[in-house]
Design a protein around this ligand. Structure first.
Ligand SMILES: Cc1cc2nc3c(=O)[nH]c(=O)nc-3n(C[C@H](O)[C@H](O)[C@H](O)COP(=O)(O)OP(=O)(O)OC[C@H]3O[C@@H](n4cnc5c(N)ncnc54)[C@H](O)[C@@H]3O)c2cc1C
Length: 367
């Protein structure tokens, strides 16, 4: 590390930490980005479903749906190299136990201004008509997280942000009117501004945990990686709305993810800060026994072609959610600012395109 004093330190080298560090650099003389891993994007920013949300997934949270509409356009404009649009996205509506009907889904799409039309006959016939009421073709894409990471690495270089990997923040302590940050390996840095973008780790840095008061819930989430049969290779499919499944292209591995509302979350717990287990430690110790077969078995009742899918692997990652959105499944951002010695921001994006909401909030704070 070139210095021991920085105007701002961003903790967490996922998409949010990288984007925020690059955004902040013109506002601060020196910005340091630290991550505990040996590479950027080692956690949620890689191990996710890769969907650039267009709002369709959120009929129970109009706010999230509207924001997704706006942010989708911005993300596609700003990261064209990472956007994968070479597939057709379908939203089938389940006949039983769905929280929306086909009519309600159509109406919802009209309200949020999201393009949605009846799927083509060759796509409709892929689904079991006894279980699926209607199938819609929509405009929604995927992103390639490897390419997104390369883009962010370049932006950080261009912005002249110093990046320190293998640098877990072990604790933070007041130091006069500033903060002293203690890193793994014994290094220490001082700063007036801390941006805590550690997602699952938000409440697990001693000294910073009182600054994030929002109640968080973590899940150990499994997404199976499958080799899809030819009929669905060029499709992304999300069955609405409830305990169903989703399968999407996963560009970094040229496979599809398969997730299922019932089987993807293996276990979950409420985070009460340092008294709760560290999510990264929980993940490390977790046996990671796959439930891919359960996902496939249930999903093929709706989409029989999945009987010919081949399970290749699984991604396990901690998924962190705001407890207050459990009912409506909304994905607003969390941004808490507190002044103590210096200023601390605790930031959780919820989904990739929410970066624009975070930047608006920082702008509103004069940054
Ligand atoms: C299973 C799953 C599916 C998802 N699907 C989608 C989807 O389809 N579309 C979508 O938009 N969003 C999706 N999301 C959400 C999306 O992945 C996250 O909102 C986003 O990646 C969060 O980015 P981040 O930078 O905040 O977190 P991360 O990428 O997790 O970055 C946090 C970083 O902090 C570092 N860190 C933690 N503690 C410390 C410490 N003490 N010191 C130093 N560094 C530390 C970690 O190493 C990590 O690199 C999904 C998430 C999951 C888990």
């Amino acid at each position: 590390m070139s210095e021991t004093k920085f105007d701002a330190v961003v903790i967490g080298g996922g998409f949010f930490g990288c984007s925020i560090a690059a955004y902040l650099k013109p506002h601060f003389g020196s910005v340091l980005l630290v991550d505990r891993e040996d590479q950027l994007f080692r956690h949620a920013s890689y191990g996710n479903q890769a969907r650039i949300h267009g709002g369709y997934h959120y009929p129970r949270s109009l706010h999230t749906a509207y924001r997704s509409r706006v942010n989708f356009q911005s993300f596609v404009r700003d990261f064209p190299e990472a956007v994968v649009s070479s597939f057709t996205k379908l939203y089938p509506i389940a006949r039983n136990q769905s929280k929306v009907t086909a009519r309600q889904f159509e109406r919802f799409c009209r309200i949020i201004g999201a393009p949605c039309k009846p799927a083509r006959p060759e796509h409709v016939k892929l689904f079991n008509p006894r279980l699926i009421e209607a199938v819609y073709e929509v405009t929604e894409y995927a992103f390639n997280s490897d390419i997104l990471r390369d883009t962010m690495r370049r932006k950080l270089e261009e912005a002249n942000v110093e990046v320190s990997l293998n640098s877990a923040v072990e604790r933070v302590q007041r130091h006069g009117s500033a903060w002293r940050i203690f890193l793994a390996g014994g290094a220490e840095v001082e700063t007036n501004y801390i941006f805590n973008c550690t997602y699952a780790g938000l409440k697990h840095i001693p000294g910073l945990e009182p600054h994030c008061r929002t109640i968080l819930k973590h899940e150990i989430a499994e997404m199976a990686l499958i080799e899809p049969p030819d009929e669905i290779r060029d499709l992304g499919i999300t069955v609405m709305c409830g305990s169903f499944f989703s399968t999407m292209p996963f560009p970094p591995r040229s496979l599809h993810t398969l997730s299922h509302v019932r089987y993807t979350p293996h276990t979950s717990w409420i985070d009460s800060g340092l008294d709760s287990p560290d999510p990264y430690e929980v993940m490390k110790a977790y046996p990671k026994e796959t439930k891919a077969w359960h996902m496939l078995k249930d999903a093929q009742r709706y989409l029989p072609a999945l009987a010919r899918a081949r399970v290749v692997d699984s991604l396990f990652e901690v998924k962190t959610l705001l407890v207050r959105n459990e009912i409506d499944d909304g994905r607003p951002i969390l941004m808490e600012r507190s002044e103590s010695a210096g200023t601390v921001y605790s930031i959780l994006g919820g989904k990739i395109d929410n970066i624009y909401d975070v930047i608006h909030r920082l702008q509103a704070d004069g940054l």
